[in-house]
Design a binder for this molecule. Structure first.
Ligand code: GTS
Length: 210
């Protein structure tokens, strides 16, 4: 039995794929919520390996970098593919999700008012790669890589949910991705988590924009 703790600001942000993974894998975890005020005091920032959050603990084992946390959990819970080629494809998808997340965060935190419309207009060029990958894996009826759920599904589901909040019609031209979001969101443990008050009360981003 693991003793997991997510250490983060009171947002979904970069910890959300981890939360979805843990929920779906039937794991419990604690939330160590760091307020901006306590972060500004500086001690926690000094102790964080790269001066940033999220942090993660498995009992006394501490980890930073959200994608390293995802990979650690994927290894612990057997959702990192069935061989090294699947693992590499899972990394590829997750890196693609990371690229999109960075673009999204830049728009949200630095250019929301002026940049939102243009960002949404360009979104199909970012999403089409995921639709294509999905179509090539068993006709798009299952997971993004292989035949079992992986960390790439959790991070892809999260970024798609984030974008559906930003632009509710963004999957209109991507029927496989739309069905994929519906299918994964309906997995009982994910559904319970997505509908939980804890999640609903946690904003997506730290500046209230979404
Ligand atoms: N590559 C890191 C990761 O993936 O964990 C980036 C972490 C990061 O950018 N953290 C931000 C932070 O700690 C918060 S958030 O972008 O995840 O919302 N900012 C505070 C600071 O002092 O840098």
């Amino acid at each position: 039995m693991h003793d997991y703790t997510i250490i983060y600001f009171p947002v979904r942000g970069r910890a959300e794929s981890t939360r979805i993974l843990l929920a779906d894998q039937g794991q419990t975890w604690k939330e160590e919520v760091v307020t901006l005020e306590s972060w500004m005091q500086g001690d926690m920032k000094k102790n964080a390996v790269f001066g940033q959050l999220p942090g993660f603990k498995d009992d006394k084992f501490e980890l930073y970098q959200s994608n390293a946390v995802l990979r650690y959990l994927a290894r612990n819970h057997n959702c990192y593919g069935k061989n090294t080629q699947e693992a590499a494809l899972i990394d590829m998808v997750n890196d693609g999700v990371e690229d999109l997340l960075l673009k999204y965060a830049k728009m949200i935190y630095q250019n929301y008012e002026d940049g939102k419309d243009g960002y949404i207009e360009n979104l199909p060029s970012d999403l089409k790669a995921f639709e294509k990958l999905l179509s090539k894996n068993g006709g798009g009826k299952g997971f993004i890589v292989g035949e079992q759920i992986s960390l790439a599904d959790y991070s892809l589901l999260n970024i798609l949910l984030v974008h559906l909040t930003l632009a509710p019609n963004c999957l209109h031209d991507f029927p496989l991705l739309k069905a994929y979001v519906d299918r994964l969101s309906a997995r009982p443990k994910i559904k319970t988590y997505l509908e939980s008050d804890a999640r609903k009360n946690r904003p997506i981003n730290g500046n209230g924009k979404q």
